[in-house]
Design a protein around this ligand. Sequence first.
Ligand SMILES: [Mn+2]
Length: 275
Amino acid sequence: MKFYCANSDFKKANIVLAGVPYDGTSSFRPGSRFGPEAAREASYAIESYSPYQNRDLRDIKICDIGDLPLSFGDKKLNFNIIESFADKIIHKRKKLISIGGEHLISYPIIKSFKKKYKNLCVVHIDAHSDLIDSYRGEKFSHATVMRRVAEIVGFKNLYQLGIRSLNKTDMLLPFRDTNMHLFNLNKAEEYAEKIRGLPVYVSLDLDVLDPSVLPGTGTPEPGGVTYKELLRCILSLKELNIVGGDVVELSPHYDSSGVSGIAAAVIVREFFLFE
Ligand SMILES: [Mn+2]
């Protein structure tokens, strides 16, 4: 199944959508490997037209290339598959939008983008800071991913929003005051002003939403933002030079209503329409 209206030929497409169904380091409950398919399925329940942007998916060329063929257990092998795939898409000058999978999938993708864009900025929207240095002995985990990303792009080029679950030590990081905004998304516009013109990668962990809005995720964290707040934040980034992005941590089986998949599908649609 392809994402709704994402049926362009690869050669003609400006945007490539890829599913990255990996959840090997999920610390609490796995299941995000089923995220990409759930988002695709849910995309048939929404309209191709966005009233927020007055644009329609039918008017743009998106190629859903399906899910990357990943291993369940071999993290390094998966990193290689994901990174070399991203390399190819970037080389072809297409915008890559990925659906996770757990948050760790952002690491090999951002590594690839950083090779191409020396001054890459990352906007990270999430309930969790994902900044600890190692989680239960693992340097590469969905709980450490933004620490690893910061090591690649530089802490000052990482902009965090919506964080409400973190370690006390995160509060002592030198970029805390300028680049880490807690509890809400109110600094999105200010960040956007700062990074205007620079190449930007947006990494969106859906658990930034309140669990009452999006229960279908692996590490739900109460006290989250509303759907409208997230949408407003996303739309405030649309004038930026967004070179790629991901939507991660949709874990559909924890939400029997299916509404989480629909929330993810609308967000992905809005990302597409930035183009
Ligand atoms: Mn998270």
